[in-house]
Design a protein. Structure first.
Lengths: 416, 267
């Protein structure tokens, strides 16, 4: 019981700390430009939370999250284009359509004039697409590398499709030049701050949902499906249903992240949704630790921050660095940086007691133990890392999630 | 709701229950072919609730394939009737929901989850979406009882992956119990076990079999002699002989193909 209480309090404290850092400290200390960048990284982090669930917990190597990210983003971008056209142009026709197209708004754009429908579609369209895809794929027992290839091919096809539609989706230029967001002027710094705040709150909500899912019965079943899909059938479950549910949740998170990305960054183009961004989403998750709650978030933000700072200094160097990082993590630390504390702990304990196969601390028998940086009296203060450039080792203070390191030691899992 | 009683009164006996309307497994003309090779050839089997039937036979006789066919893992022709319900042709998870449970030669528990979580998942295929989205709080009475029956109460919070080999097999049997299976299909449950573990497993089977239809694949003849109430001998995909241990051992055909002693041995 005391364990449970401490776990609950720890979680609450962890979330409060996260909220204070994201909503209080970051806006206070960061200049507007950096805050905007951080907002963009937070969007990637929201996608990462979904990938962490689907890949880390569910074993589905989602190489095509760019599709769902893009769906959410383009829906939001279409609404903002239409709203701008009505507000500033008066004609109600987005500028690029008059330039490249017939000057008429296609019928399938029309629903997105309505703000309410747009918000609904941002959630529903990625969700429904994932539902149909998920049922089609998982009921046919497509899994492992085949699922990964299939989802990646989808991302490629989606990008190619967008590029081909110069007159209706802006082609390879994408949609950009937005001036307002639901009536708010995007140039106004206080509105930019508001956008950042929304992204931060959505990320915290996504984390709360992911945490609840991980510790629910569904989350336990998901791990069972990941490790022994066939065995689960003999217990009376259809693993396809479980996987589809999680796939849909990951897709919805990606869609919402895309919708937030557009007003924060000011552009969405096929280059943001294709194969390369889809892989980039994954790299952060792998580096941070895919089976943990916070690992994907910190990994995604860390990699995105490193990219934006390194890419501006050495533009051609970043891609190699990213590849190298990925190879190193997959090769030597399949559990990501989140598995580092456990690995260090094991390495320290080895001389003393080589016989303990269980890496988890003996006191935390509850598997749903602290996976937020809960203030732990023995551990150093986790509040130290600056939110803009989060130390990738930030999950250190939190005790490692007991399930993460064990999972992490299976390299073959990576190829799934 | 009353407290669940996973443990029946009494012991299994040959022929199963003699009163009331016992549950039964009726296999008729079950055939499985792999690319033209008949692994199971028109097998007929009848097992009544309360009987502890052992399925023996030389390697490659098709024993595991019979279980695979009954549980829907491999496509088969013929008929498998579980107490009035035809189960052949359904999907694996649907068959499991009809009360058919099985274990595997290599214990396949969820190694990353605790013993308690393993049992909780096994007990939960009927849970609704809302229950699935909530956290597991209390231990269900059936799970608690199963933990006691399989002797793992002390290991409830341990990861299943670190259990001893024998304990994993017991955990699988426990999962069958909480899964509420009334037809148990056990594939070599004592393979790789120590003598003590074998004895305990045998005793465990005897405790649970009186109210269930139990079919056990086994190689170890000592174990069969000690614990089987009835035996079916399978060879080259066909049922060769059926009856008590003594009866099948006396059957010259069985001696020939399975026990290796030929008729000319002169006993």
């Amino acid at each position: 019981m005391r364990n449970l209480l401490r776990g609950r309090l720890g979680t609450a404290a962890g979330f409060t700390l996260g909220a204070v850092l994201l909503l209080g400290v970051a806006p206070a200390v960061l200049p507007a430009f950096s805050l905007g960048l951080l907002g963009k990284f937070l969007c990637f982090a929201i996608v990462a939370v979904g990938i962490g669930l689907a890949w880390g917990r569910g074993g589905m190597l989602t190489l095509g999250q760019g599709v769902f990210f893009g769906l959410g983003a383009y829906i939001m971008a279409m609404h903002m284009k239409l709203a701008d056209a009505s507000l500033f142009g008066g004609t109600g026709v987005p500028d690029f359509m008059s330039l490249y197209g017939s000057g008429e708004v296609p019928g399938w754009w029309e629903p997105f004039r309505s703000p309410a429908l747009t918000l609904l579609a941002v959630v529903l369209v990625p969700g429904l697409v994932a539902l149909v895809l998920g049922l089609a794929i998982f009921k046919r027992r497509v899994k492992g590398a085949y699922f990964a290839i299939l989802s990646q091919a989808l991302a490629a096809a989606f990008a190619v499709f967008l590029i081909g539609q110069q007159a209706t989706t802006g082609g390879s230029n994408g949609l950009n030049g937005f001036r307002s967001f639901f009536g708010f002027d995007l140039k106004d710094p206080s509105n930019k701050l508001m956008l950042y705040m929304i992204a931060a709150v959505v990320l915290l909500l996504a984390l709360a949902i992911a945490r609840q899912l991980m510790h629910s019965r569904l989350g336990e079943l998901l791990v069972a499906v990941r490790d022994q899909e066939e065995r689960v059938r003999f217990l009376g479950y259809d693993p396809a249903t479980v996987k589809t549910v999680i796939y849909v949740i990951a897709a919805v998170l990606a869609g919402i992240a895309g919708a937030l990305f557009v007003p924060l960054v000011g552009i969405i183009s096929p280059a943001d949704v294709g194969v390369i961004p889809s892989i980039a989403f994954l790299i952060g998750v792998a580096i941070g630790g895919r089976a943990t709650l916070l690992g994907p978030v910190l990994g995604a933000v860390g990699v995105a921050a490193a990219q934006s700072s390194l890419a501006s200094t050495f533009p051609s160097f970043w891609v190699y660095f990213q590849g190298l990082l990925f190879v190193l993590v997959i090769g030597f630390m399949p559990g990501g940086l989140a598995s580092l504390p456990a690995a260090v702990g094991r390495w320290r304990r080895t001389p003393a007691s080589a016989s303990t196969p269980d890496a988890a601390p003996p006191s935390s028998t509850r598997p749903a133990a602290p996976d937020l940086p809960a203030p732990d009296p023995e551990a150093p203060d986790p509040a130290a890392p600056h939110p803009e450039a989060p130390d990738p080792e930030a999950p250190d203070p939190a005790a490692p999630h007991p399930e993460a390191p064990a999972k992490a030691t299976r390299p073959e899992e990576v190829s799934r | 709701m009353t407290t669940p009683t996973l443990l029946p009164d009494g012991e299994p006996r040959a022929g199963g229950l003699r009163h009331g309307r016992p549950k039964y497994l009726e296999v008729r003309d079950l055939s499985v072919s792999f690319d033209g090779f008949l692994a199971v050839d028109k097998v007929n089997l009848d097992v009544i609730q309360g009987d502890l039937r052992f399925l023996i036979g030389p390697n490659g006789a098709g024993k595991t394939t019979v279980i695979d066919a009954i549980t829907g893992l491999v496509p088969a022709t013929g008929s498998v009737n579980h107490t009035g319900t035809e189960i052949l042709g359904r999907k694996v998870h649907q068959i499991a929901r009809l009360g058919v449970g099985r274990t595997f030669q290599t214990a396949s528990v969820f190694e990353d989850l605790s013993v308690l979580q393993n049992l909780d998942i096994a007990a939960g295929s009927g849970r609704g979406p809302l229950q699935m989205l909530r956290r597991r709080k209390a231990v269900e009475p059936a799970v608690e009882e199963a933990l006691e029956i399989i002797g793992l109460e002390g290991a409830a919070d341990k990861k299943a992956g670190i259990l001893a080999h024998g304990q994993k097999q017991w955990l699988e049997i426990g999962m069958l119990l909480v899964q509420n299976s009334d037809l148990l299909l056990l594939d070599e449950p004592i393979a790789g076990m120590s003598q003590d573990e074998r004895a305990e497993t045998g005793a465990l089977l005897h405790r649970i079999a009186a109210s269930r239809i139990t079919l056990v694949i086994e190689h170890d003849m000592d174990f069969v002699r000690e614990f089987a109430t009835s035996v079916s001998v399978l060879a080259a995909g066909k049922v060769l002989s059926e009856g008590s241990v003594a009866q099948v051992q006396a059957d010259p055909r069985v001696q020939e193909v399975y026990l290796g002693t030929s008729k000319t041995g002169g006993h």
